[in-house]
Write a protein that binds this ligand. Structure first.
Ligand code: UTP
Length: 226
């Protein structure tokens, strides 16, 4: 079993990226025998919905609930792209439902679950529940760097790192001011560290790297293990 965490900005940077959805679904269909659960992020619509709830006086729980609907809508789009032959048409709402759906042998796509989490955490939790072989994190960053590559031109990308180093990098970034965010949130990092699930960080737009990571082959991103 392989779990993919697909960043919402790849699927839905403002409106659904239909071309990307078609391309990534082709990669998923092609690798269906691996056993795949894909977790989709919310992207811009999730942030917009959460912000609207806050403006209307709703609390963070309500904002998260609205954002979760956006992650599920993105899951719905991906199931549509995968098609009924290879994919499960129902978007699971929780981990038990996702586990049951995975028994069908079809590709399962889910969004968020409960307020307070992120879809990276959902991916880590479902991977732990099902003893997944590995997690692939797809985002628009091509790996984990020692500093922010958008700010520091000399930032160095790690090819591999142990779980302990990932947790300390996430902690360092957690302590910075609000608004900055690390590639994988702290909770998700702690889950993969305790479960010791090999996790690959790749540029989700580089479909060759995505496929190599899914198959456990070398790629241009970062591998966290050991
Ligand atoms: P994510 O933050 O995981 O999606 O979920 P994303 O678009 O991939 O995020 P980034 O910006 O690329 O990192 C979007 C929002 O949905 C809510 C949270 O508010 C989260 O910020 N959410 C998601 C939950 O409350 N619970 C979940 O289980 C998942």
């Amino acid at each position: 079993m392989i779990v993919l965490s697909i960043g919402g900005s790849l699927i839905n940077p403002g409106e659904p990226d239909v071309v990307y959805l078609q391309k990534i679904s082709e990669v998923l269909r092609h690798n269906r025998p691996l056993g795949i659960i894909a977790v989709t992020g919310g992207g811009k619509p999730a942030r917009t919905a959460a912000e609207a709830v806050r403006k209307l006086g709703g609390n963070e729980f309500r904002a998260d609930e609205a954002a979760i609907l956006s992650t599920r809508q993105n899951a719905h789009l991906l199931t549509a792209a995968i098609g009924r032959k290879d994919g499960h048409v129902v978007v699971p709402q929780d981990f038990d439902e996702a586990a049951r759906s995975s028994l069908s042998g079809r590709i399962v796509v889910m969004g968020g679950t409960i307020p307070g989490l992120t879809t990276d955490a959902d991916a880590a939790l479902i991977a732990e529940k099902l003893n997944a072989e590995r997690i692939i994190n797809l985002s628009n960053v091509d790996g984990i760097y020692d500093s922010d590559p958008r700010i520091n031109k000399k930032a160095k990308k790690f090819k591999q790192m142990p779980f302990s180093q990932l947790v300390s990098l996430a902690l360092r970034s957690d302590e910075r001011t609000a608004g900055t965010h690390f590639i994988f949130d702290m909770f998700a990092c702690k889950i993969i560290a305790r479960a010791r699930i090999e996790t690959h960080f790749v540029d989700g737009r580089n479909l060759i790297d995505v496929e190599n990571a899914m198959r456990g082959k070398p790629h241009g991103g970062t591998v966290v293990k050991g």
